[in-house]
Design a protein around this ligand. Structure first.
Ligand SMILES: [Zn+2]
Length: 310
């Protein structure tokens, strides 16, 4: 006998149901008594939630066993590369290098819509997105992590929505980052001894050029924390698909307009050294996040579209 839940083949053989219910011991007997079979099955379907990671090509060695590379076609064209499906810390993980595995796609040429759509196609409901940034504030030093909670968009010409009509949709980005994933990232960074800033505002510039000193000083004088080239529109598109998203902003250097008392800006070689250290550390942090992430997301992000349609 096959069991279908909302059209999806779920189980073969009723005896198997027992095997699925037994691990779900978190709920009390009385709570389970109130659940009907379909609810229990849906709970288990969600238990297979996949977590996505955008990042540099250093993540292929994350897998505990083989990596399955999957080419995904999207209505928006090809994503940056094949997606790598793997198991990490017992979790289903999909990894996509946003600049391509040879790092050949500059920030302003990334097909963000295709990348997010491809993640969605493979069942991703939560995304962890590390990226390199420059600091706009003296107290945010190279090597620090910022789990920013706001963004400012200073890009131009990037396609930044899935909703081109005819159904007019306005998604809220008042709090654009997932509160649960952010809390996980902060706790994991602390566990690994990283200096982590628990809030902050990330400016995304269009690139590929870096800011002028005047632009950089202006960003800093607004109280904004860090500057990079990829968080927008990645985070906004994730929200439009009701996918949880947290950035992990890895500070590599001070941006050009920052005045550092008694110091000078770091050299490129220093930037590369900081970058290598950051990548090694962020992999440990993300592994801890995967170990500790709730099997089922419990935040509000899944409801991003509930009141967004006109
Ligand atoms: Zn969320």
């Amino acid at each position: 006998m096959e069991l279908h839940v909302r059209g999806r083949k779920f189980l073969e053989g009723v005896r198997a149901i027992t095997c699925y219910i037994v691990p779900l011991h978190a709920a009390s007997q009385s709570q389970w008594a109130q659940l009907n079979l379909v609810q229990i099955m849906e709970y288990k379907v969600m238990d297979n939630e996949t977590i996505g990671i955008f990042g540099g090509s250093g993540f292929y060695d994350f897998a505990e066993a083989g990596v399955e590379e999957i080419r995904v076609d999207t209505p928006y064209g090809p994503p940056s590369d094949k997606l790598a499906r793997m198991t990490v810390a017992g979790r289903n993980v999909v990894f996509l290098p946003r600049h391509g595995h040879e790092h050949t796609i500059p920030p302003h040429r990334i097909n963000f819509r295709a990348n997010l759509w491809a993640m969605k196609e493979l069942g991703v409901t939560r995304i962890i997105a590390p990226s390199a940034v420059g600091s706009l504030q003296p107290n945010i030093a190279p090597g620090d992590f910022v789990i920013n909670d706001q963004f400012v968009d200073r890009t131009s010409g990037r396609i930044d929505t899935f909703f081109d009509g005819p159904v007019v949709t306005h998604v809220s980005t008042a709090e654009p980052y997932c509160p649960s994933l952010r809390a996980l990232a902060i706790a994991a960074a602390r566990q690994h001894g990283v200096t982590v800033h628990e809030t902050g505002t990330a400016v995304t510039i269009q690139g590929p050029r870096f800011s002028t000193k005047a632009e950089s000083r202006w960003f800093g004088s607004q109280g904004w924390s860090i500057v990079g080239m990829t968080q927008y529109p990645e985070v906004a598109l994730a929200r439009e698909l009701a996918i949880c998203y947290t950035a992990i902003s890895l500070v590599t250097d001070y941006d050009t307009g920052v005045q550092i008392e008694g110091g000078t800006h770091v050299e490129v070689t220093d930037v590369m050294a900081v970058m290598r250290r950051n990548v090694a550390t962020v992999k440990k942090v993300i592994r801890t996040m995967l170990e500790k992430a709730a099997p089922v997301r419990e935040c509000v992000c899944a409801h991003a579209l509930d009141h967004a349609r006109m």
